[in-house]
Design a protein around this ligand. Structure first.
Ligand code: GLC
Length: 604
């Protein structure tokens, strides 16, 4: 990754990817066996491809240069053709847009720049006609500071809503406990009570003269944290979720969900050494993230959501230190929390991580075996991180690497989460001048932290206009990258070898082949440091599928032994490969993988 993302910082300050790895538990042979079995569970989200849409950037229908809900509706046929089962729309609620929608001022409406409630109803109905479910983003940790709740809360210490947020009087700036860092945030002779930092830079405590207190904000100061120790907050938030469930949404992606609770003793976070891109000390984040109290809320939420018909789903934005922590988010053996907490270990291994077959094999085996048989959810791209194309690309084999990541995402047993433009290989386009930056952290952090605009540029539909079919307005909210001339939906639709068609083939195979749809997963050739290979075992009467992914820049000859997957024969039929030299392969004893090559074949 070219730069640290603030949201990853929240994870990375907990533990580095390397130490996450070291902390993971060992996998026993019995665990491995359990993952081998095919399953015939047809629950939709267990097989789904979920597609994240950043609504500002997908399709502008009214020419204001900003994407909107009607734009998404216009493009549903494209999504159907791609093969997605559900979309997750990043926040489209009324918002001052400080954090582009993640600062919500009304949970039960649509921001006028994105449309109306009627537009949302129409989008849900039109999507349903195409068998596409609509999931929304639910931001529970914080609201906008312009939300009526916060306005009331901040008006006085005696307001009935005061306790809906996290307030503290701070300590005397002249007192013995005040550190030089805390003194930077002094107001009226007071400094914040502890060293807690906003993930977006500076102290997480903001002084409010009307109450003579600081309020806590994990993210921007315009995003005050709700006080989840107050039951009224849970009640109000669940009611908002029900508002949308009643309108037919298929579920929610829960934003920053591990950060709901803070340490009641307000203890200082331990320092992790060094400073981050915003110039703040790196902290360990043990008192402001992943506190055990959150699980009670999630269990009650699951009970609430489960009362609705149609297998509504709860997806979590769960940056966690290791798979054992991830298991808790499923509810461990009880499986009564989130159906799909995101596994961020596989797809986001830190800013400079390159593809590493050994690490990926370990993480995949863990999520297959250490989550009590729950369903893994893999993701390589989102609106907070440099796109995988740039993180994992080496400048020489980018096309092959894009295909390899797609193959991994779409052929493992996991539910797959994609991000708009990933299917095209849209590159990250980071602003080159600070005056062009829209994401506030890119302004305060410039030039070390250039913000997240780069991964949020408009969808590249065609090359007919400089707006790439995204908008009719010459001025789009973020500029359309020059890459639109060749990297766009229209061009890729007509090129059989395009990344878009690669995705379509993978998604269609994942649907139609019993081994990819229902099969178990068995790692093979497990000592190979460069090539990740696994067999998707087959339900009775179907054929197993072998997947081989070369994660190195040089060709590798495989010596495959598939006995771990109970495959006796050696004959294979190529289903899909990015390299023509692999097309004639007919025996697993004769596979030489080109640099970053992907091979998928059906065992005979
Ligand atoms: C999540 C979102 C990110 C947002 C933050 C605060 O990490 O993905 O975009 O800035 O939460 O809501």
């Amino acid at each position: 990754m070219k730069r640290p993302s603030p949201v990853q910082l929240v994870c990375v300050t907990v533990l580095s990817a390397a130490s996450c790895f070291a902390q993971s538990g060992a996998v026993s042979p019995a665990d491995l066996k359990a993952a081998e079995k095919p399953s015939s569970d047809s629950t939709w989200w267990k097989h789904a491809v979920v597609y994240e849409i950043y609504p500002r950037s997908f399709q502008d229908s009214n020419g204001d240069g900003v994407g909107d809900l009607n734009g998404i509706t216009q493009r549903l046929d494209y999504l159907k053709d791609l093969g997605v089962d559900a979309i997750w729309i990043a926040p489209m609620y009324p918002s001052p847009q400080v954090d582009f929608g993640y600062d919500i001022s009304d949970y039960e409406n649509v921001d006028p720049q994105y449309g109306t409630l009627a537009d949302m109803d129409r989008l849900i109905a039109e999507a349903k006609k195409r068998n596409i479910r609509v999931c929304l983003d639910m931001v529970l940790n914080h609201t906008s500071d312009k939300h009526a709740w916060f306005q009331q809360s901040a008006s006085s210490r005696t307001d009935p809503k005061h306790d809906w947020y996290v307030w503290n009087e701070g300590k005397l700036a002249t007192g013995p406990g005040a550190t030089p860092y805390e003194k930077r945030f002094a107001h009226d002779g007071k400094v914040p009570i502890n060293d807690w930092e906003s993930g977006f830079g500076g102290s997480a405590w903001q002084w409010t003269p009307a109450t003579e207190q600081f309020y806590y904000h994990k993210f921007y100061r315009e995003q005050p944290d709700l006080n989840w120790r107050n039951p009224a907050v849970e009640k109000a938030m669940f009611a908002s979720m029900q508002f949308w469930l009643d309108r037919g949404v298929a579920g929610f992606r829960l934003d920053a969900i591990p950060t709901l609770f803070e340490d009641p003793q307000l203890r200082d976070e331990p320092e992790a050494g060094g400073v981050n891109a915003q110039g703040d000390p790196n902290l360990k984040d043990v008192y402001t993230s992943n506190l055990p109290e959150v699980h009670g809320v999630i269990r009650r939420m699951r009970t609430m959501v489960s009362k609705y018909p149609g297998d509504r789903v709860l997806i979590g934005e769960t940056y966690l230190p290791n798979t054992l922590e991830l298991d808790k988010w499923y509810g461990s053996a009880d499986k009564n929390e989130l159906q799909l907490p995101m596994d961020m270990l596989v797809g986001f291994q830190g800013n400079h991580a390159k593809l590493d077959a050994t690490k990926l094999r370990q993480y995949l085996v863990e999520v297959e075996t250490q989550v009590h048989g729950s369903q893994p959810l893999l993701v390589f791209d989102n609106h907070d991180n440099v796109r995988s194309h740039d993180r994992y690309g080496d400048g020489e084999h980018d096309a092959a690497i894009d295909r390899l990541i797609a193959a991994l995402l779409l052929t493992s047993r996991a539910t797959a989460l994609m991000y708009y433009g990933e299917e095209l290989g849209m590159p990250t386009t980071i602003p080159t001048r600070v005056e062009d930056v829209k994401d506030p952290i890119g302004i305060t952090g410039w030039p070390k932290e250039k913000g997240r605009d780069g991964e949020r540029t408009p969808m590249q539909w065609d090359a007919t206009t400089p707006q790439a079919g995204f908008s009719t307005n010459a001025k789009t909210w973020l500029p359309v990258p020059a890459s639109y001339a060749t990297i766009n939906v229209k061009a890729e639709q007509s090129d059989p070898q395009s990344l878009l068609n690669w995705h379509k083939k993978l998604i269609s195979m994942r649907r139609s082949l019993p081994a990819l749809h229902d099969g178990g997963l068995v790692m093979v050739d497990t000592d190979n440091p460069d090539v990740l290979s696994f067999v998707r075992t087959a339900p009775a009467g179907a054929k197993p599928v072998l997947v081989c992914l070369n994660m190195s820049a040089s060709p590798k000859t495989l010596h495959l032994d598939l006995s771990a997957a109970a495959v006796k024969g050696v004959e294979i039929r190529t289903l899909l490969t990015n390299d023509a030299t692999l097309t004639p392969v007919h025996s697993v004893k004769d596979v030489t993988m080109p640099a970053y090559g992907s091979y998928i074949g059906e065992l005979q």
